[in-house]
Design a protein. Structure first.
Length: 169
């Protein structure tokens, strides 16, 4: 869970970009094995090489942080005194059990802060020729993202990423 300036949750654009890049690279690997696959932009074409954004490369796709809808943000901020923001978060603790004794292993207690299910929104802009082709590939990649966060393989952080077309600004 990442908290912003007003303690509201958000997903950093860098993390979202990494999730989409990974999903797009999985599509690339699958496409290499398909004899009749259509020509689609690769993960590297869309997102650049991993770690290359500080090296002067201008990405074809830019993302903003994923945040609550502005109206929801305003509501939480207006109700900050009632601890509405804190009600979004809860703690979960886990420990390892020793299989021979059936008791907790020493020094194995771990806590993690979780957040209630919610919808976060980000803006994606494509600065490339044939943007609909790129958006189509990004939509395909978004469908492969199933979870967000460090515990993705253990059931926490379940997510659905959807790319909706909107008016260009």
């Amino acid at each position: 869970v990442v908290r912003g300036r007003h303690q509201l949750p958000y997903l950093p654009a860098r993390h979202l970009r990494g999730l989409l890049r990974y999903a797009a690279s999985c599509l690339d690997a699958w496409q290499e094995e398909q004899p009749d696959a259509t020509d689609q932009p690769s993960a590297q074409e869309i997102f650049g090489r991993p770690g290359s954004h500080g090296a002067g490369q201008v990405p074809a796709v830019t993302l903003t942080n994923a945040e609550l809808d502005p109206q929801e943000q305003a509501w939480f901020l207006a109700n900050a005194e009632t601890s509405a923001v804190e009600s979004l978060y809860f703690s979960s603790f886990h420990t390892a059990i020793d299989s021979t004794t059936g008791t907790a292993r020493k020094h194995s207690l771990r806590g993690v802060e979780l957040i209630v299910p919610m919808t976060l929104y980000a803006t994606l802009e494509v600065a490339a020729p044939e943007p609909e082709r790129w958006v189509g590939r990004i939509q395909q990649a978004a469908g492969l993202v199933r979870a967000v966060g460090g515990w993705r393989s253990r059931g926490f952080g379940r997510a659905a990423v959807k790319v909706e077309l909107g008016a260009a600004t």
